[in-house]
Design a protein around this ligand. Structure first.
Ligand code: TXA
Ligand code: MG
Length: 303
Protein backbone atom coordinates (compact mmCIF):
# COMPACT_ATOMS: atom_id res chain seq x y z
CA UNK A 1 0.00 0.00 0.00
CA UNK A 2 1.41 3.36 -0.94
CA UNK A 3 0.84 6.17 1.45
CA UNK A 4 -0.62 9.03 -0.59
CA UNK A 5 -0.44 11.36 2.42
CA UNK A 6 3.31 11.57 1.77
CA UNK A 7 2.60 13.34 -1.55
CA UNK A 8 1.53 16.97 -1.77
CA UNK A 9 2.38 20.45 -2.94
CA UNK A 10 3.21 22.11 0.39
CA UNK A 11 6.58 23.86 0.21
CA UNK A 12 6.08 24.61 3.92
CA UNK A 13 5.96 20.93 4.80
CA UNK A 14 9.00 20.20 2.60
CA UNK A 15 10.95 22.91 4.43
CA UNK A 16 9.95 21.40 7.82
CA UNK A 17 11.14 17.96 6.71
CA UNK A 18 14.48 19.37 5.49
CA UNK A 19 14.99 21.35 8.70
CA UNK A 20 14.47 18.13 10.67
CA UNK A 21 17.13 16.29 8.66
CA UNK A 22 14.55 14.41 6.59
CA UNK A 23 14.29 13.52 2.93
CA UNK A 24 12.11 15.25 0.34
CA UNK A 25 11.17 14.07 -3.15
CA UNK A 26 12.17 17.06 -5.26
CA UNK A 27 10.49 17.74 -8.63
CA UNK A 28 12.91 19.06 -11.25
CA UNK A 29 12.65 19.50 -15.01
CA UNK A 30 14.76 16.35 -15.57
CA UNK A 31 13.75 13.69 -13.03
CA UNK A 32 12.70 13.68 -9.35
CA UNK A 33 15.52 14.01 -6.83
CA UNK A 34 15.79 12.66 -3.27
CA UNK A 35 16.83 15.80 -1.44
CA UNK A 36 18.55 16.42 1.88
CA UNK A 37 20.16 19.49 3.42
CA UNK A 38 23.66 19.34 1.86
CA UNK A 39 25.19 20.81 5.03
CA UNK A 40 23.72 18.08 7.29
CA UNK A 41 25.93 14.96 7.13
CA UNK A 42 23.40 12.70 8.87
CA UNK A 43 20.65 13.73 6.47
CA UNK A 44 22.92 13.11 3.46
CA UNK A 45 23.86 9.67 4.80
CA UNK A 46 20.13 8.86 4.97
CA UNK A 47 19.93 9.53 1.22
CA UNK A 48 22.58 6.89 0.54
CA UNK A 49 20.84 4.38 2.83
CA UNK A 50 17.39 4.99 1.30
CA UNK A 51 18.71 4.45 -2.23
CA UNK A 52 21.04 1.59 -1.39
CA UNK A 53 23.71 3.67 -3.11
CA UNK A 54 27.46 3.09 -2.61
CA UNK A 55 29.24 5.95 -0.81
CA UNK A 56 31.63 6.58 -3.71
CA UNK A 57 28.81 7.85 -5.95
CA UNK A 58 28.75 11.57 -5.09
CA UNK A 59 25.63 13.73 -5.01
CA UNK A 60 24.76 16.87 -6.98
CA UNK A 61 24.18 20.02 -4.92
CA UNK A 62 21.09 21.92 -6.10
CA UNK A 63 20.84 25.67 -5.54
CA UNK A 64 18.32 28.40 -6.41
CA UNK A 65 20.55 30.82 -8.34
CA UNK A 66 23.68 30.70 -10.51
CA UNK A 67 25.32 33.24 -8.17
CA UNK A 68 25.39 30.53 -5.48
CA UNK A 69 27.92 28.50 -7.51
CA UNK A 70 30.72 30.38 -5.78
CA UNK A 71 29.32 29.32 -2.36
CA UNK A 72 30.15 25.69 -3.25
CA UNK A 73 33.22 26.11 -5.48
CA UNK A 74 36.71 27.11 -4.33
CA UNK A 75 37.12 28.74 -7.75
CA UNK A 76 34.90 29.00 -10.82
CA UNK A 77 36.69 27.83 -14.00
CA UNK A 78 35.95 30.00 -17.08
CA UNK A 79 34.05 27.17 -18.81
CA UNK A 80 31.79 26.82 -15.75
CA UNK A 81 31.12 30.56 -15.70
CA UNK A 82 30.08 30.55 -19.37
CA UNK A 83 27.83 27.48 -19.04
CA UNK A 84 26.23 28.63 -15.76
CA UNK A 85 25.52 32.00 -17.32
CA UNK A 86 23.86 30.65 -20.44
CA UNK A 87 22.24 27.37 -19.35
CA UNK A 88 21.03 27.92 -15.77
CA UNK A 89 18.37 27.41 -14.60
CA UNK A 90 18.36 24.25 -16.69
CA UNK A 91 19.23 20.57 -17.12
CA UNK A 92 22.99 20.97 -16.67
CA UNK A 93 25.33 19.95 -13.82
CA UNK A 94 28.77 21.52 -13.57
CA UNK A 95 31.70 19.86 -11.79
CA UNK A 96 33.87 22.50 -10.14
CA UNK A 97 36.64 22.44 -7.49
CA UNK A 98 34.86 22.09 -4.14
CA UNK A 99 34.89 24.72 -1.44
CA UNK A 100 36.46 23.50 1.84
CA UNK A 101 33.14 23.43 3.77
CA UNK A 102 31.53 20.95 1.33
CA UNK A 103 31.02 17.66 3.18
CA UNK A 104 32.98 14.57 2.11
CA UNK A 105 29.78 12.55 2.25
CA UNK A 106 28.37 14.76 -0.54
CA UNK A 107 31.41 14.55 -2.85
CA UNK A 108 32.48 10.99 -2.04
CA UNK A 109 35.72 12.53 -0.76
CA UNK A 110 36.54 13.99 -4.18
CA UNK A 111 38.15 17.36 -4.72
CA UNK A 112 35.24 18.36 -6.97
CA UNK A 113 31.54 19.04 -6.41
CA UNK A 114 28.63 18.85 -8.85
CA UNK A 115 26.30 21.88 -8.77
CA UNK A 116 23.06 22.52 -10.60
CA UNK A 117 20.27 25.13 -10.72
CA UNK A 118 17.11 23.24 -11.69
CA UNK A 119 14.41 24.87 -13.82
CA UNK A 120 11.19 23.82 -12.12
CA UNK A 121 8.93 26.36 -10.40
CA UNK A 122 8.41 24.25 -7.24
CA UNK A 123 12.12 23.40 -6.97
CA UNK A 124 12.97 27.07 -7.42
CA UNK A 125 10.52 28.12 -4.72
CA UNK A 126 11.75 25.46 -2.30
CA UNK A 127 15.44 26.22 -2.93
CA UNK A 128 14.86 29.96 -2.72
CA UNK A 129 13.11 29.69 0.65
CA UNK A 130 15.54 27.04 1.93
CA UNK A 131 18.45 29.29 1.11
CA UNK A 132 21.20 26.63 1.13
CA UNK A 133 22.05 23.68 -1.07
CA UNK A 134 20.10 20.45 -1.42
CA UNK A 135 22.12 17.31 -2.09
CA UNK A 136 19.96 15.16 -4.35
CA UNK A 137 20.52 12.11 -6.50
CA UNK A 138 17.67 10.76 -8.63
CA UNK A 139 14.97 9.41 -6.28
CA UNK A 140 15.09 5.76 -7.42
CA UNK A 141 16.55 2.63 -5.88
CA UNK A 142 20.19 2.37 -6.99
CA UNK A 143 20.47 0.81 -10.45
CA UNK A 144 16.81 1.28 -11.39
CA UNK A 145 15.32 3.82 -13.79
CA UNK A 146 14.83 7.35 -12.49
CA UNK A 147 11.39 8.60 -11.35
CA UNK A 148 9.58 11.18 -13.46
CA UNK A 149 6.42 11.48 -11.33
CA UNK A 150 5.79 11.87 -7.59
CA UNK A 151 4.08 8.47 -7.58
CA UNK A 152 7.22 6.84 -9.05
CA UNK A 153 9.19 8.19 -6.07
CA UNK A 154 6.73 6.69 -3.62
CA UNK A 155 6.65 3.41 -5.57
CA UNK A 156 10.45 3.15 -5.30
CA UNK A 157 11.12 4.47 -1.81
CA UNK A 158 7.87 4.09 0.17
CA UNK A 159 8.32 5.37 3.72
CA UNK A 160 12.06 5.94 3.21
CA UNK A 161 11.07 9.34 1.80
CA UNK A 162 9.40 11.69 4.28
CA UNK A 163 7.52 13.87 1.82
CA UNK A 164 7.27 14.09 -1.97
CA UNK A 165 6.67 17.53 -3.40
CA UNK A 166 4.39 16.87 -6.36
CA UNK A 167 5.40 18.97 -9.34
CA UNK A 168 3.70 16.83 -11.97
CA UNK A 169 5.48 14.82 -14.66
CA UNK A 170 9.04 15.98 -15.39
CA UNK A 171 9.12 17.82 -18.75
CA UNK A 172 12.62 16.68 -19.83
CA UNK A 173 12.53 13.12 -18.54
CA UNK A 174 16.25 12.23 -18.54
CA UNK A 175 18.94 13.33 -16.09
CA UNK A 176 20.97 16.51 -16.54
CA UNK A 177 23.98 16.83 -18.82
CA UNK A 178 27.13 16.67 -16.64
CA UNK A 179 30.18 18.72 -17.66
CA UNK A 180 33.46 18.39 -15.77
CA UNK A 181 34.88 21.93 -15.76
CA UNK A 182 37.85 20.98 -13.54
CA UNK A 183 39.82 19.57 -16.49
CA UNK A 184 41.16 21.30 -19.59
CA UNK A 185 39.40 21.00 -21.98
CA UNK A 186 36.11 20.47 -20.15
CA UNK A 187 34.59 16.99 -20.56
CA UNK A 188 30.98 15.94 -21.08
CA UNK A 189 30.54 13.08 -18.61
CA UNK A 190 26.83 12.41 -19.12
CA UNK A 191 24.70 13.48 -22.13
CA UNK A 192 21.40 15.22 -21.39
CA UNK A 193 18.96 17.78 -22.76
CA UNK A 194 21.65 20.46 -22.98
CA UNK A 195 23.15 18.88 -26.07
CA UNK A 196 26.85 18.29 -26.73
CA UNK A 197 26.52 20.40 -29.90
CA UNK A 198 25.27 23.36 -27.83
CA UNK A 199 28.08 23.02 -25.26
CA UNK A 200 30.63 22.78 -28.05
CA UNK A 201 29.31 26.03 -29.49
CA UNK A 202 29.27 27.85 -26.14
CA UNK A 203 32.82 26.73 -25.29
CA UNK A 204 34.05 27.41 -28.85
CA UNK A 205 35.07 23.81 -29.38
CA UNK A 206 37.10 23.67 -26.17
CA UNK A 207 35.33 20.54 -24.88
CA UNK A 208 35.95 16.80 -25.10
CA UNK A 209 34.15 13.52 -24.54
CA UNK A 210 34.61 11.74 -21.21
CA UNK A 211 37.98 10.07 -20.65
CA UNK A 212 40.48 9.46 -17.86
CA UNK A 213 39.79 9.80 -14.13
CA UNK A 214 36.67 11.96 -14.31
CA UNK A 215 35.05 9.30 -16.42
CA UNK A 216 35.51 6.77 -13.62
CA UNK A 217 33.47 9.01 -11.32
CA UNK A 218 30.45 6.92 -10.58
CA UNK A 219 28.33 7.17 -13.66
CA UNK A 220 30.03 4.27 -15.46
CA UNK A 221 28.73 1.55 -13.17
CA UNK A 222 25.20 2.87 -12.93
CA UNK A 223 22.50 1.16 -14.94
CA UNK A 224 19.12 2.57 -15.67
CA UNK A 225 17.54 -0.81 -15.91
CA UNK A 226 13.94 -2.04 -15.85
CA UNK A 227 13.20 -5.69 -14.96
CA UNK A 228 12.40 -6.42 -18.61
CA UNK A 229 15.28 -7.29 -20.92
CA UNK A 230 15.99 -4.42 -23.31
CA UNK A 231 17.04 -5.18 -26.89
CA UNK A 232 18.32 -2.33 -29.05
CA UNK A 233 17.58 -2.06 -32.77
CA UNK A 234 18.20 0.74 -35.24
CA UNK A 235 14.98 0.84 -37.24
CA UNK A 236 11.23 0.35 -36.86
CA UNK A 237 11.34 -2.41 -39.48
CA UNK A 238 13.93 -4.39 -37.51
CA UNK A 239 11.94 -3.81 -34.32
CA UNK A 240 8.80 -5.35 -35.87
CA UNK A 241 10.78 -8.34 -37.13
CA UNK A 242 12.48 -8.96 -33.74
CA UNK A 243 9.18 -8.48 -31.87
CA UNK A 244 7.35 -10.94 -34.14
CA UNK A 245 9.77 -13.69 -33.16
CA UNK A 246 10.12 -12.77 -29.47
CA UNK A 247 7.36 -13.89 -27.06
CA UNK A 248 6.30 -11.29 -24.49
CA UNK A 249 7.97 -8.44 -26.37
CA UNK A 250 6.86 -4.85 -26.83
CA UNK A 251 8.25 -2.24 -29.22
CA UNK A 252 9.35 1.14 -27.86
CA UNK A 253 9.73 3.60 -30.73
CA UNK A 254 9.21 7.34 -30.39
CA UNK A 255 11.89 8.27 -32.90
CA UNK A 256 9.40 10.57 -34.67
CA UNK A 257 9.66 13.00 -31.71
CA UNK A 258 12.85 12.79 -29.66
CA UNK A 259 11.75 15.33 -27.05
CA UNK A 260 8.74 13.18 -26.18
CA UNK A 261 10.90 10.03 -26.46
CA UNK A 262 13.07 11.41 -23.64
CA UNK A 263 10.13 12.76 -21.64
CA UNK A 264 8.31 9.42 -21.45
CA UNK A 265 11.28 7.01 -21.63
CA UNK A 266 11.42 6.06 -17.94
CA UNK A 267 7.62 5.99 -17.51
CA UNK A 268 7.43 3.74 -20.60
CA UNK A 269 10.00 1.33 -19.12
CA UNK A 270 8.21 1.31 -15.74
CA UNK A 271 4.91 0.69 -17.55
CA UNK A 272 6.41 -2.20 -19.47
CA UNK A 273 7.47 -3.78 -16.16
CA UNK A 274 4.02 -3.23 -14.66
CA UNK A 275 2.43 -4.95 -17.67
CA UNK A 276 4.79 -7.91 -17.34
CA UNK A 277 6.57 -7.27 -20.65
CA UNK A 278 9.52 -9.69 -20.91
CA UNK A 279 11.48 -7.96 -23.68
CA UNK A 280 11.44 -4.28 -24.66
CA UNK A 281 12.56 -3.89 -28.27
CA UNK A 282 13.76 -0.27 -28.33
CA UNK A 283 14.49 1.69 -31.50
CA UNK A 284 17.64 3.81 -31.10
CA UNK A 285 17.27 7.48 -32.16
CA UNK A 286 19.92 9.22 -34.27
CA UNK A 287 23.03 10.39 -32.36
CA UNK A 288 22.24 14.10 -32.40
CA UNK A 289 20.85 16.59 -29.87
CA UNK A 290 18.87 14.87 -27.10
CA UNK A 291 19.26 11.67 -29.15
CA UNK A 292 22.69 11.24 -27.49
CA UNK A 293 21.06 11.12 -24.04
CA UNK A 294 18.32 8.69 -25.12
CA UNK A 295 20.91 6.39 -26.72
CA UNK A 296 23.03 6.54 -23.56
CA UNK A 297 20.13 5.61 -21.23
CA UNK A 298 18.82 2.88 -23.58
CA UNK A 299 22.32 1.41 -23.85
CA UNK A 300 22.61 1.34 -20.06
CA UNK A 301 19.12 -0.18 -19.74
CA UNK A 302 20.21 -2.92 -22.15
CA UNK A 303 23.58 -3.43 -20.43
O1 TXA B 1 19.07 15.66 -13.54
C1 TXA B 1 19.79 15.30 -12.62
O2 TXA B 1 21.03 15.47 -12.62
C2 TXA B 1 19.11 14.63 -11.43
C3 TXA B 1 18.20 15.66 -10.75
C4 TXA B 1 17.59 15.16 -9.47
O3 TXA B 1 18.95 16.83 -10.51
N1 TXA B 1 20.08 14.11 -10.52
C5 TXA B 1 20.82 13.00 -10.81
O4 TXA B 1 21.67 12.62 -9.78
O5 TXA B 1 20.76 12.41 -11.86
P1 TXA B 1 22.35 11.18 -9.74
O6 TXA B 1 23.02 11.15 -8.43
O7 TXA B 1 21.36 10.14 -10.00
O8 TXA B 1 23.41 11.26 -10.86
C6 TXA B 1 24.52 12.14 -10.73
C7 TXA B 1 25.74 11.53 -11.29
C8 TXA B 1 26.19 10.28 -10.53
O9 TXA B 1 26.60 9.31 -11.45
C9 TXA B 1 27.38 10.78 -9.70
O10 TXA B 1 28.34 9.78 -9.50
C10 TXA B 1 27.91 11.91 -10.57
O11 TXA B 1 26.78 12.49 -11.15
N2 TXA B 1 28.59 12.94 -9.78
C11 TXA B 1 28.07 13.79 -8.86
N3 TXA B 1 29.01 14.56 -8.31
C12 TXA B 1 30.18 14.21 -8.89
C13 TXA B 1 31.55 14.62 -8.74
N4 TXA B 1 31.91 15.56 -7.87
N5 TXA B 1 32.48 14.00 -9.50
C14 TXA B 1 32.12 13.05 -10.38
N6 TXA B 1 30.87 12.61 -10.56
C15 TXA B 1 29.91 13.17 -9.83
MG1 MG C 1 20.61 8.45 -10.72
Amino acid sequence: MTDRSRIGSSVERALDVLAGGGLVGLPTETVYGLAADASNGDAVRRVFRAKGRPADHPLIVHVAHAEQLSDWASSVPPAAAVLADTCWPGPLTLLVPRATHVLDVVTGGRSTVGVRVPAHPLATELLHRFGGGLAAPSANQFGKVSPTTAQHVLDDLGNLVDYVLDGGACPVGVESTIVDCTVQPAQILRPGAIAAEQIDLLLRGDVAAASGPSRAAGMMASHYAPSARVVLVDSAATAERVAASTPGSWVLDRTDDLVSYARTLYADLRDADARGVAVVVAVMPPAAGIGHAIRDRLTKAAG
